[in-house]
Design a binder for this molecule. Structure first.
Ligand SMILES: Nc1nc2c(ncn2[C@@H]2O[C@H](COP(=O)(O)OP(=O)(O)OP(=O)(O)O)[C@@H](O)[C@H]2O)c(=O)[nH]1
Ligand SMILES: [Mg+2]
Length: 689
């Protein structure tokens, strides 16, 4: 258990910690000289039946509230110190408001310096205290009277703290590791050491971690947990980590940074939150109100965007978007405190709801309903609600990361809820079974109608199908969902065409016979410069129209591609030519020329250029002046055969999400499902649509 002091300057917080633990936490020269605490102090006390109590002693002076906040972020239990002679003072109230906003619900009020006052005065201050606590989560806390001068009450308080530690519910350690850094220093012979409170999860020697928001990686060389050398440390402990790694020194890590499980590193500067303002405020919080945001041990400038029409009146609760001056490492559900920009007073505070808040459409009805779901603290209930509201899917990976949930925990949750998971590049999207069934039924009924109306067409273009369906999924997710359906043989995918597996265009026997002749002519040694429609007609001795009709049909069923008008290449030849282009590109980092391409194919300048222009149109090659580079993401579209495409293994690679475009050139093309590659995939967060 970590115990934090709180209370007005000079009320005896440091003296109390010293009386309890024997440790003087005022160590700075300036603290000694001025007789006040400036920065956080730390002390530890073993509990008789095992375990160690950690103390964070905070300064009471109003100038150092930012330091108090850095310490208060990690405490489980508060010792609210009120001097019997002074009674309730301004920072008594402010510290009380802060611990209340931070969600600290357990503690004791210590009536200090009782040697200085009469019994009547003690009772009067106790009444004052009860009044100040009323309306906070700390209302009704026990008041314990203490004098560190006479020692009265100290032993009883210590015994009481041991008892409190025994009944404290430990913080859950099932989450992923996060430590809020409050100090960073370097020790000779040891190296860089950071200290702080473990907010969630656990850390062990040898673990690879990241410093967030900077993203610097580090390895844990040794650990002190609650001031003792340890193999590991877990949530609810104060912990010192000796970190190593390139770029790790005491200047690489600061108070306010978070050391975390590398998978959690995803700093954010736009957060939707629930805020409560203090009833003591005089003015309402208005649009774009500037604030200082205090979160864990970090402090950052922030603006408030109202998500409701009205300004936030004193004492009111509302949802807002916080736009930060720089990114911070946070988790959904974390508490924070807002102060005014001149650091004179605390205005309010609250809880983060969504770390991936959208910059636009942030207060539409749809979004506000989604926020309701995200605001649910229980992850299982939140996930159920998220899948029920628009956009009807949740990014499971981001959901787990932003709540610091362990991977097996989120997998177990998804399984228990029967969610349908769709693999995207770096994430899993999840849908409810009901949504999935609706989507599948929509796909099947649209295709059934389409095939009945257009028996000669191979299928519906992927993009066109997407736009016809509810819920309308983002293109990458829709493509991945179709791959799932194709694996289940509910649909078949031919490039960008989606069809029912039962729907196939077949050549008639006569067409099949003619195709054999034509195929012979465009395959073989001449495949890189195959005869055109007119030449084929001449060679076989039939009409041009017939040949053209046949080749158009062949291109629909994926046997050929029309690279230029009336100039058809076998699809396997196109794949081969794409490989040649990729080879050339690999040899020439700045790009290859059309002449080099022609030399490799030995097919003449005009044809070579037409092929390259065909590749340009499909973004397989990227042209700049006379040079071309290869776009490897699009090249995949040409690499795979139809069989491979509709039969992607379960652990499908990223490229399996990409439908192959139809390669018909010219006008009237079905929209190619494209323009996206692995870099342009939008982060599929529940909040970004
Ligand atoms: N008479 C009397 N004096 C006390 C008692 N406890 C603390 N003091 C004195 O009060 C003064 C302030 O005590 P500190 O413990 O430094 O107060 P603090 O709350 O830590 O002050 P800041 O950290 O600066 O906010 C010191 O001179 C202490 O000796 C007590 O029980 N009785
Ligand atoms: Mg002090």
């Amino acid at each position: 258990m970590i115990i934090g002091t709180a209370g007005h300057v000079d009320h005896g917080k440091t003296a109390l910690v010293r009386a309890l633990t024997g440790v003087d936490t005022d160590r700075l020269k300036e603290e000694k000289a001025r007789g006040i605490s400036i920065d956080l102090g730390f002390a530890y006390m073993p509990v008789p039946n095992g375990g160690v109590l950690g103390f964070v002693d905070v300064p009471g002076h109003e100038k150092f509230i930012h330091n108090m906040l850095a310490g208060a972020g990690g405490i489980d239990f508060v010792l609210m110190v009120v001097a019997a002679d002074d009674g309730i003072m301004p920072q008594t109230r402010e510290h009380l408001a802060i611990v209340d906003l931070l969600g600290v619900e357990r503690g004791i009020v210590v009536l200090s310096k009782i040697d200085l006052v009469s019994m009547e005065r003690r009772e009067a201050v106790k009444t004052e205290i009860a009044g100040a606590l009323a309306g906070t989560a700390l209302a009704g806390l026990d008041v314990v009277s203490v004098s560190t001068f006479s020692g009265e009450g100290v032993a009883a308080l210590r015994t009481r703290l041991f008892a409190e530690a025994r009944v404290a519910t430990p913080r859950p350690i099932s989450g992923r590791f996060r430590l809020a850094v409050d100090r960073s220093f370097s020790l000779t012979g040891v190296g860089t050491v950071v200290t702080g409170t473990v907010l969630s999860g656990a850390v062990a020697i040898g673990d690879h971690v990241k410093i967030s928001p900077s993203g610097i990686p580090a390895r844990v060389r040794s650990i002190h947990a609650q001031n003792q050398p340890a193999e590991r440390s877990e949530a609810g402990e104060r912990c010192a980590l000796n970190l190593t790694g390139d770029g790790i020194d005491k200047n690489a890590v600061h108070r306010g940074d978070v050391v975390l499980d590398a998978g959690l590193h995803a700093p954010t500067d736009r957060i939707d939150a629930i805020v409560r303002t203090l009833p003591t405020e005089i003015k309402a919080v208005t649009q774009w109100f500037p604030m200082r945001l205090h979160h864990a041990a970090a402090e950052v400038g922030a603006r408030v965007v109202l998500l409701a029409d009205q300004p936030i009146a004193p004492g009111a609760e509302a949802r807002v978007q916080l736009v930060l001056e720089r990114p911070i490492a946070a988790a959904a559900g974390d508490r924070f405190v807002l102060r005014d920009t001149s650091a004179q007073r605390t205005i309010g505070g609250g809880r983060f709801i969504d770390l991936r808040a959208p910059a636009r459409k942030r207060r539409t009805l749809e979004r506000l309903i989604q926020l309701d779901a995200l605001a649910i603290a229980d992850s299982k209930a939140a996930l159920i609600e998220l899948c029920k509201c628009a956009p009807y899917y949740a990014d499971l990976t981001a959901f787990a990361r932003d709540r610091a949930l362990a991977t097996d925990h989120i997998e177990h949750l998804a399984l228990r809820l029967g969610l349908i998971r769709v693999a995207l590049q770096n994430t899993f999207a999840a849908m409810s079974q009901a949504t999935w069934a609706e989507l599948k039924a929509g796909v099947v009924s649209t295709l059934t109608t389409f095939h009945a109306d257009n028996p000669d067409l191979p299928g519906v273009g992927m993009e066109r199908l997407r736009l016809q369906l509810q819920p309308r999924l983002p293109a990458p997710l829709f493509a991945a969902a179709l791959q799932n359906l194709a694996r289940g043989k509910d649909v078949a995918l031919d490039g960008a065409w989606v069809r029912l597996p039962s729907h196939e265009i077949r050549l008639t026997a006569a067409e099949e016979a003619l195709w054999h002749k034509v195929r012979y002519l465009i395959a073989g040694d001449e495949r890189f410069r195959p005869p055109r429609v007119r030449d084929i007609a001449g060679l076989i001795g039939i009409g041009e129209t017939k040949v053209r009709h046949l080749l158009k049909l062949a291109s629909r069923i994926g046997k050929v591609d029309e690279v230029a008008h009336d100039h058809f290449f076998l699809r396997s030849t196109v794949a081969e030519m794409a490989d040649v282009a990729a080879d050339l590109a690999a040899e020439a980092p700045n790009g290859f020329t059309a002449a080099e391409f022609r030399d490799r194919l030995d097919n003449g300048r005009k044809v070579a250029i037409q092929i390259l222009e065909f590749f340009d149109r499909h973004s397989v090659t990227l042209r700049r002046g006379d040079l071309r580079r290869i776009n490897n993401h699009r090249r995949d579209l040409f690499r795979r055969s139809d069989e491979e495409l509709s039969d992607t293994p379960e652990h499908g690679r990223e490229s399996s999400l990409v439908g192959r475009p139809d390669f018909k050139s010219g006008k009237g093309r079905e929209p190619v499902f494209g323009g996206f590659d692995s870099h342009s995939l939008p982060p599929l967060s529940p909040s970004k649509r």
